[in-house]
Design a protein around this ligand. Structure first.
Ligand code: ATP
Length: 149
């Protein structure tokens, strides 16, 4: 079923706007970006990325949506604690969490990003991350854009 990537991201950003005082900036170069994917799974994917971005930073979150080489691209950037190059290798593994002892009471399971990755792959998409410790992380999601035939 075709879904609008822009619509899905808008919905998720609205959800977080309603429950947090944090500043979430959204920049759209494209206003639809139809992709072939499951709507609820797409929502779950962006929920995971936004939830993490808010959890591991204190400043603005920047969300950018644009089209590149036939792909719908969404970037979620935070300016928070970042991820070390060593941890980056494992970040999409199931049950992997950084700083386990300190995080224990905040209740994460380390499944979020593994789920995000499996959703991307199940829908012909990709997910990647660049990050620098203490300066922030950018998660990038790409899905092939549906073109009408
Ligand atoms: P947690 O409560 O530890 O976040 P989780 O279920 O959210 O659990 P994942 O979403 O899979 O776990 O994230 C795995 C680990 O990656 C997290 O424990 C966190 O240390 C790190 N991480 C994820 N997103 C970010 C981010 N935006 N900035 C810094 N670290 C992150």
């Amino acid at each position: 079923v075709p879904v609008s990537m822009v619509k899905v991201v808008d919905e998720i950003v609205k959800t977080f706007d309603g429950i947090t005082e944090r500043d979430i900036q959204i920049k759209k170069e494209n206003h639809t970006m139809m992709v072939k994917a499951d709507h609820d799974q797409m929502k779950q994917l962006f929920y995971i990325l936004m939830d993490n971005a808010l959890k591991y930073s204190q400043d603005t979150i920047d969300v950018r949506l644009f089209e590149e080489a036939g792909k719908a691209v969404v970037e979620v950037q935070d300016y928070g604690k970042g991820i070390s190059q060593q941890d980056l290798k494992h970040i999409f593994d199931r049950f992997y969490r950084i700083d386990k002892a300190r995080n224990r009471e905040t209740g994460g399971t380390g499944l979020g990003l593994a789920i995000a990755k499996s959703i991307a792959e199940a829908n012909d998409g990709e997910i990647s991350v660049i990050s620098e410790l203490h300066s922030g992380s950018t998660f990038t999601v790409k899905f092939p854009i549906l073109t009408e035939e």
